[in-house]
Design a protein around this ligand. Structure first.
Ligand code: HEM
Ligand code: HEM
Ligand code: SF4
Ligand code: SF4
Length: 429
């Protein structure tokens, strides 16, 4: 490999010294197997460290025929020094729902990427996709052809469009999942192909689907629309199993905390007292739940999975507006629809998506995410005027920020007129 050009990278080399795995190590290993662009990548990064500024320039749209999203164009502004990364575009590939692969598929994909790109992958990007890091403009169409014809894969979303929908493993591995997360993600991906591939939105838009309130895909923290599985009937209780937990025959938390001695399981301390809505109690030997007060947090179910299970009337809670702190601050999503049945073809959900998107596309400023538009124009306006829904107590943006209710005369028994003498008589000290 005598023709490879290695750059001096004293600062990057520092990154390899820690006890943790380093991306610099990984790129270097790849470079040593004879890949010039990886040496150039490290060289350009060293230059950025010296100058304290990036040497990647953004410029021009680069994509594949018919698609505006999926390829993130990157060019070096020092192409003479680092010719093999003069173009170094990233591709987002639509990952299979729940990210299931077999090794045969992965090997084949790696071979293709070794041949047509840098050989560097990111599994997975924060949006969820497989991220193929670094290739040249002339390879984009061949890669797209290979992906769609040999791998049955499509490009994912990038730019101001629908980003690749993603979900947790759901029913595939998790018996508590209240939703078929994969079916929903697949359907949304197929239904909104145009929105996924052709940027026409004010900014990015994300759907994420979690099978239950444990929210393993963190939909509540990251998605413009979080679809989170829940139930509206009662938690199923197996009283015999409750006794087995109390008696120590079944390990709490499915044995997850058995690495040291935590003492005997105490249902009062570890379950009942930690229920956020304080709706559980022991009635003699029976565990009781006042399900009307339960907020579906999953805590009790996680601690005693053999005794407690979600109900059987399952569906989704829909939330809107999570985002990272680009314009305002970081934001978690806000509850919009407490319960919606999620059954194929998901028509109720899609009707709601249309209302939401119409408003956002009409009113959203350039680079304003749905959550910011809701913040700017108001949650009340969004829920009442745009979605045509009735407000409910759970829609309060911050609990207790406005504790006052202004009654109308017709809502008050007897109206505003009071017999003062009568009133004072009642309130004598
Ligand atoms: C009709 C007259 C007034 C009304 C209806 C009124 C109402 C309120 C309300 C609703 C709050 C907010 C409570 C909260 O967020 O928990 C508040 C806070 C406050 N008000 Fe008034 N207020 C009035 C007059 C005044 C006057 C004349 C003063 C002072 C001279 C005053 C001093 C304060 C202070 C210092 C707070 C803040 C307390 C805190 O930060 O915890 N208010 N008032
Ligand atoms: C040096 C003078 C004052 C100080 C240091 C002061 C301090 C405070 C503080 C710390 C609170 C919040 C209590 C809490 O959060 O529980 C409060 C509440 C309040 N203060 Fe004062 N205060 C002063 C003068 C006044 C005056 C002159 C008025 C009225 C003329 C007033 C009216 C109120 C009211 C109405 C609230 C309750 C607001 C609410 O939360 O509903 N304060 N004050
Ligand atoms: S969110 Fe719920 S259903 Fe999905 S993987 Fe986590 S625990 Fe399982
Ligand atoms: S799910 Fe959460 S709120 Fe509901 S009963 Fe269990 S601990 Fe309480």
């Amino acid at each position: 490999m005598a023709d490879l050009k290695k750059h001096d990278t004293p600062m990057i080399d520092e990154l390899k010294k820690g006890p943790w795995p380093s991306f610099a190590d990984d790129i270097n290993t790849r470079a040593e197997s004879g890949v010039q662009c990886c040496y150039d990548l490290l060289g350009q990064m060293e230059l950025s460290y010296v100058h304290k500024e990036t040497h990647w320039k953004h410029g021009g749209i680069v994509g594949v025929f018919g698609y505006g999203g999926g390829v993130i164009g990157r060019y070096s502004d020092a192409p003479h020094e680092f010719p093999s990364i003069a173009h170094f575009h990233t591709l987002r590939i639509n990952q299979p729902a729940s990210k299931f692969y077999n090794t045969k598929f992965l090997r084949k994909l790696c071979d293709m990427w070794d041949h047509r790109g840098s050989g560097i992958f990111n599994f997975h990007g924060s949006t969820g996709d497989m991220v193929m890091i670094g290739t040249t403009t002339d390879q984009l169409e061949p890669i797209f052809f290979d992906l769609t014809h040999q791998f049955d894969m499509d490009l994912g979303g990038s730019g101001s469009n629908l980003r690749t929908p993603s979900c947790c493993v759901g029913k595939a591995r998790c018996e508590y999942s209240c939703l078929d997360t994969q079916a929903i993600t697949y359907d949304l991906t197929m239904t909104y192909q145009d929105e996924l591939h052709r940027p026409a939105f004010p900014y990015k838009f994300k759907f994420k689907t979690s099978g239950c309130p444990n929210d393993c895909v963190a939909a509540i923290a990251r998605a413009c629309t979080s679809i989170i599985g829940t139930w509206r009937d009662n938690i199923r209780i197996d009283q015999k199993a409750v006794q087995a937990y109390i008696g120590g025959e079944i390990k709490p938390n499915a044995g997850a905390f058995s690495d040291r001695d935590w003492g005997p399981f105490d249902i009062q301390k570890e379950v009942i007292d930690l229920c956020p809505s304080k709706c559980m109690y022991m009635d003699g030997n029976e565990l009781k739940i006042d399900d009307r007060e339960c907020v579906r947090c999953m805590h009790c179910i996680n601690v005693m999975p053999s005794a407690l299970r979600p109900g059987v009337d399952t569906g989704a809670t829909i939330l809107n507006g999570a985002k990272a702190p680009i314009l305002e601050g970081a934001q978690m999503s806000t509850l919009i629809i407490p319960f919606m049945k999620m059954e194929y073809p998901y028509q109720e959900f899609k009707d709601y998506v249309e209302l939401m998107w119409d408003w956002w596309m009409e009113e959203g400023k350039n680079r304003e995410r749905l959550g910011e538009l809701i913040q700017r124009q108001g949650l009340r306006h969004y829920i009442v005027d745009i979605l045509g829904r009735k407000p409910i107590p759970q829609h309060v943006k911050e609990p207790r920020s406005n504790p006052y209710h202004f009654w109308k005369e017709e809502e008050v028994p007897g109206g505003w007129k009071r017999d003062l003498a009568e009133f004072r008589k009642k309130h004598l000290a």
